[in-house]
Design a protein around this ligand. Structure first.
Ligand SMILES: NC(=O)C1=CN([C@@H]2O[C@H](COP(=O)(O)OP(=O)(O)OC[C@H]3O[C@@H](n4cnc5c(N)ncnc54)[C@H](O)[C@@H]3O)[C@@H](O)[C@H]2O)C=CC1
Ligand SMILES: O=C(CO)COP(=O)(O)O
Length: 330
């Protein structure tokens, strides 16, 4: 198949390699012409996943129109909060019946929309044309071809199967699922819980605390998911527990690392200055909190992460607030 990958950051770059290794012809769009030129000339992205050879089937351009032209698969790999603006520029170029694949793990500020909802609205495409790829997929490990699995979620299960076939490689194993809501929420909320995990790690808290954060973090994710119509089973799968555990445990996670800065006492601004990559949970925690409140769902860990990130609350105060909530049945 012909595929366009829009966004040449860490995950867009690794995903272009997956698509190429799976036998597709891939055009990777980079915002900066010099990055696109370097990828064409050297076969590597000089800014992300340095040294990773993308393979002969991957080329690059700084023209999104050129990348999208004739593409049956259009992969979106930009930061969640810029997607709507980006799609405004790209919508007119999309081929009828192409499949749009979302790699993003965030919730839009203001609208509280999931990324597939933003794609439907801003890309002017039918919901069954949107597939979500989500799972424990740290780009740095996948670039090294370390075995990983993922989920392709789409309401049109035949389309999910076509995408599954198009991204299967000896090191990347996709499963299909028709629960788009659950897969997207799992990916977005785990970033917020990974911030909490990073904060706890930097505070010197131990494995009981960390296991509790993962388990209760998953419980609040599933609570919101069920309120939005997700299948609760999705949260025990790769896009739920799998991604949550993978992200929290990994020093490669940008969200966990950002949390560690906060846990060491840095302010939001200081943590942002120390971070080069997108840590989606920092903004999405606001949108997830608002989404939960509007559905009457309690998300105590998300609430406290938002307070630490955006209201300057001391992490120790946030921990005390979580531990002093009223006791209840599990
Ligand atoms: N890196 C990873 O391991 C994984 C990331 N993801 C998700 O993939 C999405 C993309 O993240 P990464 O590639 O990791 O981020 P990144 O921080 O590595 O790269 C972000 C890319 O977006 C571009 N960008 C920044 N502002 C932009 C704008 N206004 N318009 C267009 N492009 C812009 C940057 O130039 C860069 O190419 C996020 O939602 C993230 O949660 C999902 C799975 C794994
Ligand atoms: O989503 C990811 C792994 O599945 C990457 O997590 P980070 O964005 O925290 O690095």
């Amino acid at each position: 198949m012909k595929a366009a990958v829009l966004g040449a950051g860490s995950w867009g770059t690794a995903f272009a390699k997956i698509l190429g290794d799976a036998g597709n012809d891939v055009v990777l769009w980079a915002r900066r012409p010099e990055i696109a030129a370097a990828i064409r000339e050297t076969g590597c992205n000089p800014e992300y996943l340095e040294g990773t050879r993308l393979g002969e089937r991957v080329t690059a351009t700084a023209s999104a129109t050129e990348a999208i032209k004739g593409a049956e698969l259009v992969v979106l790999a930009v930061p969640s909060q810029t997607l709507r603006t980006n799609l405004g520029d790209w919508a007119a170029d999309l081929t009828a019946d192409s499949t749009l694949i979302s790699l993003m793990k965030g919730i839009e500020l203001g609208t509280t929309q999931r990324m597939s909802e933003v794609i439907v609205e801003a890309g002017r495409v039918a919901p069954e044309r949107v597939a979500v790829v989500s799972g424990p997929n740290l780009a740095g490990e996948i670039a090294l071809e370390q075995p990983a699995a993922t989920v392709v979620a789409c309401t049109d299960i035949d389309r999910a199967t076509r995408v599954q076939r198009a991204i299967t490689t000896p090191y990347f194993r996709p499963y299909t699922n028709d629960d788009v809501v659950g897969c997207e929420l799992g990916g977005a909320v785990k970033n917020v819980i990974a911030l909490a995990f990073g904060i706890a790690h930097a505070m010197g808290l131990g494995d009981n605390t960390k296991a509790t954060l993962i388990t209760r973090g998953l419980a609040e994710t599933a609570r919101l998911g069920v309120a939005l119509g997700a299948d609760p089973l999705t949260f025990s799968g790769l896009a739920g527990l799998g991604d949550l555990v993978g992200t929290c445990m990994s020093p490669l996670s940008r969200n966990r690392t950002f949390g560690e800065h906060l846990g060491r006492g840095k302010t939001l601004e200081q943590a942002q200055a120390a971070t080069r990559y997108t840590a989606e949970g920092v903004k999405s925690c606001l949108a997830i909190r608002d989404l939960a409140r509007s559905h009457g769902v309690e998300m105590p860990i998300t609430e406290q992460v938002e307070r630490v990130c955006h209201e300057g609350v001391d992490p120790k105060v946030a921990v005390a607030a979580l531990m002093s909530r009223s006791t209840k049945a599990e």
